[in-house]
Design a protein around this ligand. Structure first.
Ligand SMILES: Cc1cc2nc3c(=O)[nH]c(=O)nc-3n(C[C@H](O)[C@H](O)[C@H](O)COP(=O)(O)O)c2cc1C
Length: 186
């Protein structure tokens, strides 16, 4: 776990056979060398394991402190997350909920995926991230997983091929994130 002054690309799922690291890596590669992937599993955050409320910022868990330092140092954050049952994965919400002040004014890009692109997940995340005062890009790409990919549930995915049609949209959204990061939060 390292701190970074670049951009974090956070994969939103923690299933043993999850696809988020591969998709997150593809997004990070499109972003360039300043973008690095964060696997939620590596953060080892417990489920709501802080005794205090995050807004008070009196973290007792080393894992929370490390996550806080990463987000604080980041110029921006990309969440690359699947849609789970019309919403976001619990592990992603848990990671978001561990922090509070760190999110204020942070430039954020949402990239969701699912059979229809994960639009319901994106809508819910937009809502909760709005409550945390992040600065969201206007574009939130929804990557469409083919029916065979969803049916297989795990296994190989090749983002460069699976999401070829949406590559430009993701590139453009990453450009929006860089532009947001170049402007001060007001
Ligand atoms: C718990 C669960 C719920 C899911 N719900 C949806 C859904 O609401 N919409 C959808 O398009 N796909 C859904 N899927 C299929 C996922 O899009 C697909 O399995 C994807 O690979 C999950 O991301 P992950 O591999 O990073 O965990 C769901 C998958 C899981 C495991």
């Amino acid at each position: 776990m390292t701190e970074t002054g670049g951009y974090l690309v956070v994969g939103g799922s923690t299933r043993p056979t999850r696809r988020s690291p591969v998709i997150a890596q593809w997004v990070a590669d499109l972003g360039g060398p300043e973008f690095s992937v964060v696997d939620l599993r590596d953060l080892n955050l417990g489920l709501d394991d802080e005794p205090g409320i995050p807004a008070i910022h009196d973290y007792v868990c080393e894992t929370t402190r490390a996550w806080s330092a990463m987000v604080s140092a980041a110029k921006g954050v990309v969440f690359v997350t699947p849609q789970y049952n019309w919403g976001y994965p619990a592990a992603l919400k848990n990671a978001i909920d561990h922090l509070y002040r760190e999110w204020k004014g942070k430039p954020v890009l949402l990239v969701t995926y699912g059979s229809r692109g994960g639009d319901k997940c994106a809508a819910q995340l937009r809502d909760i991230l709005g409550g945390l005062d992040v600065r969201l890009t206007a574009t939130t790409p929804g990557l469409k997983l083919g029916r065979d990919r969803v049916a297989a549930n795990d296994g190989a995915i090749e983002p460069e091929i699976d999401f070829a049609d949406q590559r430009d949209e993701v590139k453009a959204a990453l450009g929006e994130l860089l532009a947001l990061a170049a402007t001060n939060a007001s």
